[in-house]
Design a protein around this ligand. Structure first.
Ligand code: NAD
Length: 446
């Protein structure tokens, strides 16, 4: 099929590349000149494992192209995916300006019938609004053909986006006509060869499914973080509890890790948007509010723990941070817990030495003043940052941090104290190696 994907972000770029990989002809429209310039050189403008080489292969095969021109992108496309951002608006609702702008551009540019598919996460009713805008644009140009707008929310996870797209747990399609359902079923068939989990439902149900899924996952995390808080007081280790709880099939092992809070471009904004939707409908979203409040608190706990350890005096202390991205496998820093910690440490006068395998540059750009004065130093080596440190804080659980050389670290640090924001380490092992260990929801050790 001939496809157009509008927006070359984490979702759009992965979608475009994976569809091209299956033999489709894909044009990707991106308006950010920086991203476009990188793409023109065959480079992925964002970090996602496996993406860049796949993208280069598809460009070389002539199946994938990039353009700033919507007219060029949609020319001859059978299916057009909208994959632009839907950040939080001022009141917490999803800001649909990018999506609706694209709808207007489509109304002004479409020359023939095609299927438009919303892949961005959007509130219930958005597909109808997109269709209205497109049809007004067509009518203004004296064109009378109908364009169906379907919903196909995306469930990929940054850090394993290619794998998730290639082997989805399910594909959700919301549409009005059997033709649209059949078109998308054919497009997704190569990704669903081993199971047939293509769920066709009403437009509005598809839109809501994405919010409900993300809100539920965020709820699992906040629930466990609350349990961790109680455990810490009772001298109970949340990690033992997690294993005990997770072995129940009704609960499952995923997303029940206590930590320093969820971040990223999805959970925070989607929970906020769902709260706003509920409010607009006169429903009190008590659970969602609690999920959000718990997460906001959780993001401050690492700092509080470090501060307490140093009796409130952090000025001049050297604090090493491992991991800055909101999760392993990505360079995405949107709403990352590391930013809350960094802000507080810098404010308190600490000197921060930080390392992330791919997100150093993004953090440097967010704290230019601290980098300039040397209060914040970003380093390519995880060991380098521990040299002379008074404490090491593990914020993002990248794989390379799982089994570090603790002996070497102890030799480098001024004081061997580890704050484990993801409960990645075995407390006993660290205490035996001479460290003071502080986890999340675990009895104090050392
Ligand atoms: P992103 O910000 O990384 O990418 C959006 C891209 O769209 C940007 O590059 C921007 O320049 C481009 N864009 C905006 N308006 C445009 C226009 N008029 N023409 C051409 N390009 C335009 O966003 P993302 O993380 O890929 O998310 C996109 C959507 O997918 C959001 O609604 C998000 O909630 C949803 N989603 C994201 C993820 C994720 O893990 N990132 C997962 C599932 C769903």
């Amino acid at each position: 099929m001939r496809l157009c994907v509008i927006g070359a972000g984490y979702v759009g770029l992965v979608t475009a590349t994976c569809f091209a990989e299956m033999g489709n002809q894909v044009m990707c429209v991106e308006r950010d000149p920086f991203r476009l310039a990188r793409l023109a050189k065959g480079q992925a403008p964002l970090y996602e494992p496996g993406l860049e080489s796949m993208l280069q292969d598809q460009v070389a095969a002539g199946r994938l192209g990039f353009t700033a021109s919507l007219a060029e992108g949609i020319d001859r496309a059978d299916v057009i995916f909208i994959a632009v951002g839907t950040p939080s608006g001022e009141d917490g609702s999803a800001d649909l300006s990018h999506v609706l702008e694209v709808a207007e551009e489509l109304g002004a540019g479409l020359k023939r019938p095609c299927l438009v598919v919303d892949k961005s996460t959007v509130p219930v009713g958005t597909a109808e609004r997109v269709a209205d805008r497109i049809h007004s644009g067509l009518a203004a140009r004296g064109l009378g053909f109908r364009v169906e707008v379907a919903s196909n929310p995306e469930f990929l996870k940054e850090g394993s986006a290619i794998e998730d797209f290639m082997r989805p747990d399910r594909v959700v399609i919301g549409c009005e006509s059997p033709e649209a359902a059949e078109c998308l079923r054919r497009l997704y068939a190569p990704f669903l060869r081993n199971h047939d989990r293509l769920l066709v439902m009403g437009l509005r149900a598809a839109e809501f499914t994405k919010y409900a899924a993300n809100a539920f996952l965020a709820t699992k995390i906040s629930f466990m973080n609350e349990m961790a808080g109680i455990c810490a007081r009772l001298e109970v280790d949340i990690e033992e509890v997690r294993r005990g709880v997770g072995s129940d099939k009704r609960i499952g092992t995923h997303f029940i890790y206590a930590g320093c809070g969820y971040g990223g471009s999805c959970f925070p904004k989607d929970v906020r948007a769902l709260i706003r939707t509920a409010e607009q409908e006169g429903i009190e979203p008590g659970i969602l509010r609690a999920v959000e409040a718990r997460n906001a608190l959780q993001k401050t706990l690492l700092y509080q723990s470090v501060r307490e350890h140093f009796n409130g005096f952090l000025k001049g202390r050297v604090i090493a941070l491992w991991g800055l991205a909101f999760k392993p496998g990505t360079d995405d820093l949107r709403e990352a817990p590391s930013l809350v910690l960094l802000e507080a440490l810098l404010q308190a006068g600490a000197r921060v030495r930080a390392h992330d395998p791919v997100a150093n540059a993004g953090v440097a750009a967010r704290f230019p003043r601290a980098v300039e004065t040397g209060q914040l130093r970003l380093d390519d080596s995880p060991y380098e940052v521990t040299d002379g440190a008074d404490a090491l804080v593990l914020v993002t659980e990248w794989k390379q941090f799982r089994q570090p050389n603790f002996e070497r670290i102890r030799g480098l640090m001024r004081m061997p104290v580890i704050f484990d924001g993801r409960n990645l380490y075995e407390p006993e092992q660290l205490v035996e190696s001479g460290f003071v260990y502080r986890g999340v929801g675990r009895p104090q050790r050392g």
